[in-house]
Design a binder for this molecule. Structure first.
Ligand SMILES: Cc1cc2nc3c(=O)[nH]c(=O)nc-3n(C[C@H](O)[C@H](O)[C@H](O)COP(=O)(O)OP(=O)(O)OC[C@H]3O[C@@H](n4cnc5c(N)ncnc54)[C@H](O)[C@@H]3O)c2cc1C
Length: 481
């Protein structure tokens, strides 16, 4: 029998926004006493807020201050540098806690399925983004024996990315969402503008040496069908020293586009922004961003390295799907970034729907073998797919936690475990998690490094650098939770 007031021990896998919002929802209620362990495979928390949100979007990145406050609350503990599925299995974790919440995001990319996709110079946006955000997976330690490969290890290595950007004059970004805009901005912005970010030193050095003059964004549907948010789209038209080139004919709306614009205010605003661009006379700037709608790549051309993208024109068929509508232009490009969506990947031991790339659930309760699991819940991108803004994860996490608390109320989930059981399991495997004190030391080290170069902060990209910064100088064990 559990003692009265024995806290419910909940392990959350993933310290991105959704995991942290779930911890917040658990710690803010007073009905059920809780102890929350938020585990992440990386030494640092915040998920895509650190490793996805564009470095030049300072105010959005500052959301991490709010997330940090939650991880510092009594009853919530961060366990960094613990990979579930490798350091301990999901089943082992489940045997030490009362409930688990999966919040491990959707870290993989979708493919185009066209010839030439694997040429050097053709990369997926998640890899490129991880590179410029300083993700340790793509900034491997020099001592490769010390590398810990992640289950979804990204393949692009920093050196290769640096070489690609240094030798690119024209780039094509396939996709018309906010990530495509982020990639285009990073590729076209000047070195001085990028120096105002917290990019890692070697990333900044590579981008400072780049010679990109033109970035083409390709949308296989029309301008009414983009998934840009208007603020991010407008920003493109305000970049100093950059002309935006858009063909007026692409902005003529067919019947279906008119219907979309009639119903969707964001689509209508986006089309208005692009129409204003189309009226502008190019200033003759040396850098340009080109938008091409009703255009999709059909082949990447090149021998070894991408040299051009062959495209075709498209149109919607009667069922609303995209059909080819004849040959399009061939765009010279030395870099192609495929920004056609993120995708969830399976974690061993966790139910997974391959067709949706998500963990099957109802209101956050995981469905295992056709029935509700006793102790498993899910939130964030791995629950609903890669959609919405950061705030969407908050309401999503609240839904999941509401389901969990209702199950506790109904006696379906009962506090039986103590947090020391999880600690003992990790210790028995030689795993010493990094806690918030370690994060604060990393934070201070990044700020100090930044200040030493006249910047606000410089990201430490290598795992070895993060671990060195996390170490307490006189802590023999070198780790603490
Ligand atoms: C490039 C990009 C830019 C974006 N920009 C914006 C923006 O400007 N504004 C905005 O509102 N939204 C933006 N978003 C969306 C936002 O980042 C997501 O909504 C949010 O991060 C999803 O949260 P999550 O917690 O589900 O996943 P994630 O943030 O991906 O967090 C998942 C966490 O799980 C961890 N994990 C994975 N596997 C394991 C494992 N085996 N063991 C332990 N831990 C594991 C990961 O390390 C990660 O920290 C952007 C997304 C991307 C990709």
């Amino acid at each position: 029998m559990p003692a009265e007031n024995q806290p419910l021990v909940v392990a959350i896998i993933g310290a991105g926004p959704s995991g942290i919002y779930a911890a917040e929802a658990l710690s803010q209620q007073s009905e059920v006493p809780v102890q929350v362990a938020v585990l992440d495979r990386l030494p640092v928390p915040f998920g895509l807020v650190r490793y996805g949100v564009a470095p030049d979007h300072h105010s959005i990145r500052s959301i991490r201050n709010t997330l940090e406050r939650t991880l510092s609350k009594a009853g919530v503990r961060f366990y960094g540098d613990v990979t579930i599925g490798r350091d301990v299995t999901v089943d082992e974790l489940r045997s030490t806690v009362d409930a688990v919440i999966y919040a491990f995001g959707a870290g993989s990319d979708r493919r185009l399925g066209i010839e030439g996709e694997d040429l050097v110079g053709s990369i997926a946006a998640p890899e490129f983004v991880a590179w410029y955000c300083g993700h340790p997976d793509v900034h491997p330690d020099t001592d490769r024996t010390a590398r810990r490969t992640a289950p979804d290890e990204l393949e692009l290595e920093a050196e290769r990315a640096a070489q690609l950007v240094a030798t690119t004059r024209q780039a094509v970004v396939v996709g018309v969402g906010n990530v495509a805009l982020d990639v285009a901005r990073v590729l076209i912005k000047s070195a001085d503008e990028l120096a105002e970010t917290d990019m890692a030193d070697d990333v900044l050095a590579s981008l400072a040496g780049k010679t990109v003059t033109d970035v083409y964004l390709l949308g296989r549907r029309g301008p009414a069908y983009t998934s840009f948010t208007t603020k991010e789209l407008r920003e493109i038209g305000q970049l100093p020293g950059v002309d935006v080139i858009i063909d007026e004919r692409d902005l003529e709306l067919d019947e279906s586009s008119q219907a979309v614009v009639g119903q969707d205010k964001v689509a209508a605003r986006n089309v208005a922004v692009m129409r204003e661009w189309a009226t502008r006379q190019p200033s003759g700037a040396s850098r340009r961003i080109h938008f091409r709608f009703w255009t999709r790549p059909i082949r990447l051309l090149g021998e070894g390295r991408v040299r051009a993208v062959e495209t075709e024109r498209t149109r919607l068929n009667a069922d609303g799907f995209v059909d080819g509508a004849g040959p399009g232009e061939t765009i010279e490009a030395q870099l192609v970034v495929r920004s056609v969506g993120y995708k969830g990947i399976e974690m061993p031991g966790v139910p997974f729907d391959e067709s949706t790339g998500r963990v099957p659930h109802s209101e956050g309760r995981v469905i295992r073998d056709g029935a509700f699991s006793d102790d498993e819940y899910v939130t964030g991108w791995i629950k609903r797919g890669p959609t919405g803004v950061i705030g969407t994860n908050k309401s999503d996490a609240v839904e999941t936690v509401t389901s969990l608390l209702a199950d506790v109320h109904d006696g379906d989930v009962v506090p039986r475990h103590r947090i020391d059981e999880l600690d003992a399991l990790l210790a028995s495997r030689g795993i010493h998690p990094l806690g918030m004190p370690a994060w604060r030391r990393i934070d201070a080290a990044e700020i100090e490094l930044g200040h030493s170069h006249g910047r606000e902060r410089t990201t430490l990209a290598h795992r070895a650098e993060l671990l060195a910064a996390a170490d307490e100088p006189d802590d023999e064990a070198g780790r603490e939770s």
